[in-house]
Design a protein around this ligand. Structure first.
Ligand SMILES: *Cc1c(COP(=O)(O)O)cnc(C)c1O
Length: 441
């Protein structure tokens, strides 16, 4: 079976469609996470069966070159032997104890080596748990209530963050979710990304009340948006000056943009960091950590309560340790990822230019987004100038050519080490044809 060609006949999605019909009777919207439902691009979601390397196989036997990689975790491609082996090795000793294990200690040591701003770390089961817990700790530590977040940044589905949230919440057009109380909402201050004076004004207007400032140091949840020159340092300085806990939400960028995440890439030291996605190698793991004087407020060392029946799970930590260890020992793969993704981004820009579409392609390391707009995209407002209908047509055209993109404009795409130059060439061919088809050119 050849793995390096794309389909030439229209896809049959009969089994996926039948499963989706069944799913809708039992699961809200037929999915367990909203963006999977394809609402932003039309059509039905594709149900997956298996994956290896750069390729996904769906329940109808169609194959796709994958640019989602489980929304980031699969940085080594799907089913890397090194991770599967670790999981196989762990399973025989039982799946959970609810008691400490050696692997949790090793995982904590590994995280601290890779992300030196973290002096103590707590493992949880998702990115959402990590960010919810981090702001609780920051509030407990400072004795203040308010937090500052940025329009278009997504920090999971905790109540405090569903105010001008990015990603799936954006696509649904419901940034302020029903069920989030006014009381919670009033403690979340929201400012535009990449606008330092707006942060200064917000801090001044809430003098002595801001516990934490949380952001994606490189945003992946309004599509990919990079921090402007000096922006992260400016935030660092403001937080230091006002005694505000600076939290980098690196659930997406951690271990991806560099071994030590965006904070390594940009040379900025946050007070706390939240992690997820890559950290579990595909298993449900999250983590939050940071300065020891802050983290020592977490129970049972301190009074800020946070717990988890399955936290530090032995199978999940086996997968996580295997993937992180590989990344730690192969720093050269970040250069490789960067080169591959630059080729993809440059190629896409070139195709757009040739077709008279001056679309904006943002890229940082192995993350990129093609915005269907000719404006530079630096914040949520500029991201929203994108033509989402044309994007939806492009998405469908790509899907039917065997390229699996994120099913919404406001998402980043992820490249894994399984993406070879030959596969990049396949992507570019499909991109050219799909851009034409989406715009009737
Ligand atoms: C995915 C993501 C989260 C939420 O993580 P889950 O594991 O989905 O709960 C939080 N922050 C950022 C930046 C993310 O990309």
């Amino acid at each position: 079976m050849s793995h390096d060609s794309l389909p030439t006949t229209p896809l049959s999605l009969a089994t996926s469609d039948a499963l989706f019909t069944r799913a809708k009777n039992h699961i809200p919207g037929g999915v367990n996470s909203p963006v999977r439902a394809f609402r932003a691009v039309g059509g039905h979601p594709v149900f997956m069966q298996s994956a290896k390397g750069a390729w996904l196989t769906d329940v109808d036997g169609n194959r796709y070159l994958d640019f989602i990689n489980s929304w980031g975790p699969m940085i080594l491609g799907h089913a890397p032997e090194i991770v599967l082996e670790a999981v196989r090795g762990a399973i025989g000793n039982s799946l959970s104890f609810g008691a400490p294990t050696q692997r949790e200690v090793e995982m904590a040591e590994l995280i601290k080596q890779m992300v030196p701003s973290i002096e103590k770390v707590r493992l949880v089961n998702s990115g959402t748990e990590a960010t919810m817990s981090a702001i609780r700790v920051a509030r407990g530590y400072t004795g203040r209530n308010k937090i500052i977040k940025f329009e278009g940044c997504y920090h999971g589905h905790g109540d405090s963050f569903l105010i001008a949230a990015g990603s799936g919440a954006l696509t649904l057009g419901a940034p302020d979710s029903p069920g989030v109380t006014q009381g919670v909402a009033q403690d979340t201050l929201t400012v535009p990304y990449n606008d330092l004076p707006a942060v200064e004004r917000t801090i001044a207007a809430n003098d002595g009340q801001v516990a934490a400032l949380i952001l994606e140091p490189v945003v992946g949840n309004m599509g990919l948006v990079a921090p402007a020159e000096g922006y992260l340092q400016g935030l660092r300085d403001l937080c230091t000056q006002h005694g505000i806990v600076l939290i980098f939400d690196e659930v997406m960028t951690g271990f991806r943009l560099a071994r030590g995440g965006a904070q390594e890439l940009y040379g900025i030291t946050p007070d706390m960091t939240t992690l997820g996605k890559i950290i579990g190698g595909g298993m449900p793991v999250g983590a939050y950590g940071g300065r020891q004087d802050i983290m020592d407020n977490v129970a049972p060392a301190g009074k800020v309560y946070q717990a988890g029946t399955l936290s530090g799970n032995p199978i999940a930590t086996a997968a996580g340790i295997a993937q992180l260890t590989y990344l730690q020992q192969h720093p050269e793969l970040y250069d490789q990822l960067n080169r591959t993704t630059t080729r993809i981004a440059d190629g896409t820009r070139q195709i757009c230019r040739e077709l008279g579409l001056n679309y904006t392609v943002n890229q940082v390391g192995s993350m990129f987004s093609v915005f269907f707009t000719d404006q530079p995209v630096t914040d949520l407002e500029s991201a929203k100038t994108s033509n989402t209908e044309a994007f939806g047509r492009y998405f469908q055209a790509m899907l039917h050519r065997g390229i699996y993109l994120a099913p919404a404009q406001y998402e980043a795409l992820f490249v894994s080490t399984a993406m070879t130059d030959d596969l990049v060439a396949l992507y570019l061919t499909a991109c050219r044809e799909s851009m034409r088809e989406a715009h009737g050119l």
